[in-house]
Write a protein that binds this ligand. Structure first.
Ligand SMILES: NC(=O)C1=CN([C@@H]2O[C@H](COP(=O)(O)OP(=O)(O)OC[C@H]3O[C@@H](n4cnc5c(N)ncnc54)[C@H](OP(=O)(O)O)[C@@H]3O)[C@@H](O)[C@H]2O)[C@@H](O)CC1
Ligand SMILES: [K+]
Length: 522
């Protein structure tokens, strides 16, 4: 599991550690890890490349600038030609600047340095950043973008809000982000995530406060090697309990959650999912949702609704009926809403599915009908895109636009989960799944190719099947998003447009890759 911690937590952990360590230790660990990564990037392609390479440090007024200046000093000592642009000269980190100058680095105000650099270190602002990037930084950020330099963000790309991933103005587009101690939520959630490039965590010892590696994954210890050492001496009490706010499933997590039939399984024990979707006029959503559900690990798929004939023609495996959910026979979970329209019959289907006493996934038209109720059963899973989220928010008295929802996905997903009292999967560039409490899950496998007609119907059928197979709404939603994203990537082969049917066709391969070791998270 990849985990991200809020700024408040990072600051508290840092405070505890600083009290135990000689002054400046954490910053030196950060700088060492940062310099090691920069050296590696400079060496890529050209052996011995650190020597005589051109490095530009963009140093803001806080400790983020300090990290960048100390890392610059380390690179200068290895023969790099390092220049530093001081964006707030009166408040620059004095120790970092002194170290850089002593190592042979120089201060510059020549913007051309940004265009001809091999590597730019973005130390403008880190977890202390609030609001849009300030004007003094903009010409440097533009110039670095024009040049061919590899841009390395220190802790996070400047201009990205660390806790929400919002990007309220200009921001640095990084090729690599070296982040300290733990991921910050803004690195895992769009739009911020799309500015971060490849994220490389560096262990600076914050993991000790939880008694485990900061990420539950292998971390670089940086050049000093000190970061990997246990800081527990006489006092073995963990400093703080784990308090991550965002997590992203990795392949091994998905493997552990996927339902697997055992020797005793028959089709009813594996779970039966019911699908109330589509209409006589729009049968496509029903066909797609049923098709995906058939690949979702259940023993059987029941369809209830007006598109029964089309469904059975496309999927002879499905058990179909033309009535509503109430007349459909036993299921372990319902999917209601895709392509349903919003007439009285659709309203009845939603009511019946919600009253069936089993977990229910509500999507599309179902969500618009649910918004009128303003509440959902605790074991419901709502799967809105930003536009549907706006309607749901209105149902609980919150006014927001689609753009606002997309800019602050974590916040609005959580608001919906709390308001409706259930689990919410907010679709989009980073799909977020969250209940009213506990960490939110963000999906690491998404691709822009998934934004295609019918793709949401596939996701609904798949997630509904996982619900029926016994997964919790949080697990069903996040595992389905993971498989759906991976199937989209497989179907598109990178950048070829995909149709929803091709996503379904790739689900078995996505499942196979996810349940075996050596899988697929990008
Ligand atoms: N925590 C840890 O464990 C460790 C933390 N470490 C490092 O410290 C970093 C945090 O340092 P920090 O607290 O000094 O804040 P930082 O991010 O440098 O920014 C504050 C300054 O930026 C300014 N500013 C604000 N918004 C701005 C904007 N939009 N655009 C431009 N400027 C803006 C703000 O100015 P002011 O509002 O005061 O005018 C203030 O002066 C952290 O990210 C990591 O790199 C590591 O060394 C080791 C362990
Ligand atoms: K930064």
């Amino acid at each position: 599991m990849r985990r991200a911690h809020a700024v408040e937590w990072v600051r508290a952990a840092e405070g505890e550690l600083i009290a135990r360590l000689p002054e400046g230790t954490l910053m030196q660990r950060a700088a060492a890890g940062l310099a090691a990564t920069c050296a590696e990037l400079l060496r890529e392609g050209v052996p011995g490349r650190v020597y005589a390479s051109r490095v530009l440090v963009l140093a803001g007024s806080g400790d983020n600038g300090g990290d960048a200046l100390y890392a610059g000093a380390r690179l200068a000592r290895r023969g790099a030609r390092v220049r530093a642009a001081l964006l707030a000269p009166a408040r620059v980190h004095a120790g970092g600047l002194a170290a850089l100058l002593a190592a042979g680095g120089r201060v510059t105000d020549d913007l051309a340095e940004a265009e001809r650099a091999d590597l730019v270190l973005d130390g403008i602002v880190g977890i202390g950043g609030r609001g849009p990037l300030r004007d003094t930084a903009l010409p440097w950020v533009d110039a670095a973008g024009r040049g061919a330099a590899t841009v390395v963000a220190v802790d996070l790309p400047s201009g990205v809000d660390p806790d929400s991933g919002a990007v309220p103005g200009a921001a640095v587009h990084a090729d690599v982000t070296v982040t300290f101690g733990t991921h910050k939520p803004g690195l895992l959630v769009d739009p911020g995530a799309s500015y971060a490039g490849v994220v490389r965590p560096v262990d600076i010892g914050l993991g000790e406060v939880r008694g485990a590696g900061a990420d539950g994954e292998a971390l670089s210890t940086g050049a000093s090697g000190a970061a990997g050492r246990s800081l527990r001496g006489a006092d073995t009490t963990p400093l703080l309990l784990d308090g991550h706010v965002v997590e992203a499933l990795q392949q091994e997590d998905v493997a552990a959650l996927l339902p697997a039939p055992d020797a005793e399984s028959d089709k009813y024990r594996r779970g039966v999912v019911g699908i109330a979707a589509g209409s006589a006029r729009y049968p496509g959503a029903a066909v797609l949702a049923v098709g995906a559900a058939l690949h979702g690990g259940v023993g059987a798929v029941r369809y209830a609704g007006a598109a029964a004939r089309e469904v059975v023609r496309a999927h002879p495996e499905a058990l179909v009926g033309e009535g509503g959910p109430k007349d459909a026979g036993r299921v372990q979970a319902w999917v209601v809403g895709p392509g349903l329209s919003q007439d009285a019959e659709a309203e009845r289907a939603v009511e019946e599915a919600l009253d069936a006493g089993v977990p229910v996934l509500v999507d599309a038209d179902g969500l618009r009908l649910l918004a009128r109720r303003g509440a959902a059963p605790a074991d419901a899973l709502l799967t809105p895109h930003a536009g549907e989220a706006v309607a749901l928010l209105a149902g609980i008295g919150v006014t927001a636009t689609s753009a606002q929802v997309e800019a602050e996905r974590l916040r609005f997903a959580r608001e919906l989960a709390r308001g409706y009292g259930c689990t919410v999967l907010l679709k989009g560039s980073t799909t977020v799944v969250t209940g009213p409490h506990g960490p939110a899950r963000v999906n690491p496998t998404g691709t822009a190719q998934l934004a295609t007609a019918g793709s949401g119907d596939v996701l609904s059928g798949l997630a509904g099947a996982l619900l029926a197979a016994g997964l919790t709404p949080l697990d069903a939603g996040s595992v389905a998003a993971y498989l759906h994203g991976l199937a989209g990537r497989l179907a598109s082969g990178g950048d070829v447009p995909v149709a929803a049917g091709a996503i379904t066709a790739a689900l078995p391969e996505a499942w196979r890759r996810s349940c075996h070791s050596g899988g697929a998270t990008g």
